[in-house]
Design a protein around this ligand. Structure first.
Ligand code: NDP
Ligand code: BG6
Length: 483
């Protein structure tokens, strides 16, 4: 299909009035349009509420303005490219009516029949909606038909498999785009370039040279007003099974045979399946108590709105993974993530082994430290390579200094993850989306962990989590990097 043709489509946004649609998807679609990347994408918002086109456009304009779009631009886009269709209870006649609405938009705007169905819906409705669309004949048409599914992809192995089965009843894997927005971040995409376009790093990217890998995804935000979802999910489902695990596989995978989506996914799944089952003694869970974040007092998790007062839901977890491959055997992968931590920070840190012979230790002021590579995924995106240099002067001392690269200095602001991902959906590139096999392999790994009854430690909001997380095996003398 010609470049311009793939960008001409009807984009059916299920959950079109929801939080995700308003904060992320509508602004991303507008931005792609403004940047001349998706100039003929017509959006139909779908939800159960009885809205009409005008009230939906007004809601969308407000959401766009909230995201920084000027009123005139937002209104002009909404008038031309947005409409609304209520789906009611999702009966067959209601899907038939949605199909007629899609066809009407296609005819009015002379579109080639390409359709994207984006499920920004409560997870319980993913399956029924995918089925309803397929039963109405909407999984196949004149152009492409693609189904975009938001996380969570199930709650455990059983429900993850069940969801895959239902999706596959009406849609092929090639039509399904499971979103993990971390994969759309430029810095995450760059992991493969960093490793496979620079022979220098790949040469040391293994157990002979690396003594540990740390992955931190720290958030300063709490659960906001998402207790209904979060208290049932907890940190393992919300962050570890998806975002952190994607980072692990991108660090651990072998070079793919090509850059095709299937070659990359194959290597990622192989890496995932090489992870040994998690040792319950190497897992630390935590829940935040009241504290101070960015100089402001914040309440503890149990005092957040709608959190049950005896909740044991973990908002923090640290754990050790062992990737049992030739490349990584014996190198601990130490993961940690939490809400209300000291600052917002996503980093991957590779600590390199010390030189086999310490020539410089004969000098008192020479404290050798391991070289470390810090890939800063957000904020202040970039990387640092820390190594020892001789401190200038007559005495012989060493200092640890970084080589730095900063994205903003080199390229200016980075594109937003959802823009990248939505464009890939239109262009049919599945590289940055999660395959059914990845979902199941990661649930296989984490489902036993969800069933473990490990203690939930307290940590003060604004800290780096419970102190027990410093004692994971293989942590090394340097401990977690807490910049
Ligand atoms: P919201 O509760 O804010 O919105 C849900 C939307 O779905 C509303 O438009 C609602 O409208 C509609 N809806 C609910 N039930 C049905 C139904 N049976 N048929 C059709 N439409 C329905 O949820 P979010 O926007 O926060 O989340 C949506 C999805 O995105 C979830 O799966 C969530 O896990 C995922 N997600 C959200 C993130 C976020 O930051 N918000 C981040 C990452 C993922 P109505 O009630 O009128 O039908
Ligand atoms: C979402 C989680 O998937 O990712 C949220 O549901 C979390 O709880 C968010 O805050 C973090 O994303 P980012 O891009 O802000 O790191």
């Amino acid at each position: 299909m010609a470049e311009a043709t793939v960008h001409a489509a009807v984009f059916v946004l299920f959950g079109g009035t929801g939080d995700l649609a308003q904060r992320m998807i509508l602004p991303a679609l507008h931005h792609l349009h403004a940047a001349d990347a998706a100039t003929r994408v017509h959006v139909i918002g779908v939800a159960r509420a009885e809205e009409d086109d005008d009230s939906y456009r007004a809601m969308a304009v407000e959401a766009l303005m909230e995201s920084g779009v000027k009123a005139t631009a937002a209104k002009a886009w909404a008038r031309k490219f947005l409409s609304y269709h209520p789906i009611g209870e999702g009966r067959p006649d209601e899907y038939a009516s949605l199909k007629a609405a899609i066809e009407a938009v296609e005819t009015a705007h002379n579109l080639p029949g390409n359709r994207v169905f984006y499920l920004a819906l409560p997870p319980a409705v993913f399956g029924p909606t995918a089925k309803g669309l397929a039963a109405a004949g909407l999984a196949n048409g004149k152009g492409y038909s693609r189904l975009v599914v938001e996380k969570p992809f199930g709650r455990d192995l059983k429900s993850g498999r069940a969801l895959n089965r239902v999706l596959h009843e009406g849609w092929t894997e090639e039509q399904i785009y499971r979103i993990d927005h971390y994969l759309g971040k430029e810095t995450v995409q760059n992991l493969m370039v960093f490793r496979f376009a620079n022979a220098m790093f790949e040469a040391v990217w293994n157990r002979d040279h690396v003594s540990s890998v740390q992955i931190t995804v720290a958030e300063s935000l709490g659960i906001e007003d998402r207790a209904g979802y979060y208290d049932k999910a907890g940190v393992v489902r919300d962050m570890i099974q998806n975002h952190l695990t994607q980072l692990v596989t991108l660090v651990a995978m072998e070079p793919p045979s090509s850059l095709s989506a299937s070659a990359i996914r194959q290597e990622k799944v192989k890496a995932l399946r090489s992870i040994a089952s998690i040792d319950g003694d190497e897992v630390v869970r935590g829940q935040y108590t009241a504290g101070k974040v960015d100089g402001k007092k914040v309440r503890g998790y149990l005092d957040e709105k709608d959190v049950p007062n005896r909740s044991r839901t973990a908002t923090f977890a640290a754990l050790r993974l062992d990737v049992d491959t030739w490349r990584w055997k014996g190198v601990p992968f130490l993961l940690r993530t939490g809400k209300r931590m000291a600052r917002r920070l996503t980093e991957i840190v590779l600590t390199f082994r010390e030189p086999p012979v310490s020539l410089f230790q004969t000098y008192d002021a020479c404290h050798l430290t391991s070289d470390t590579l810090v890939l800063r995924l957000q904020p202040d995106e970039g990387f640092f390579l820390y190594f020892d240099v001789k401190t200038p002067g007559p005495s012989f001392a060493l200092s640890r200094e970084p080589l730095r690269f900063n994205y903003k200095d080199a390229f200016g602001p980075l594109p937003k993850a959802y823009e990248t991902l939505l464009l890939d959906v239109l262009e049919g590139d599945q590289t940055l989306f999660v395959h059914a096999d990845e979902v199941e392999a990661s649930w296989e790994l984490y489902t036993p962990l969800l069933e473990l009854d490990t203690p939930v430690r307290r940590y003060a909001a604004g800290s780096w989590g419970p102190k027990q997380s410093n004692a994971l095996a293989g942590m090394g003398a340097l401990g977690w990097r807490n910049p």
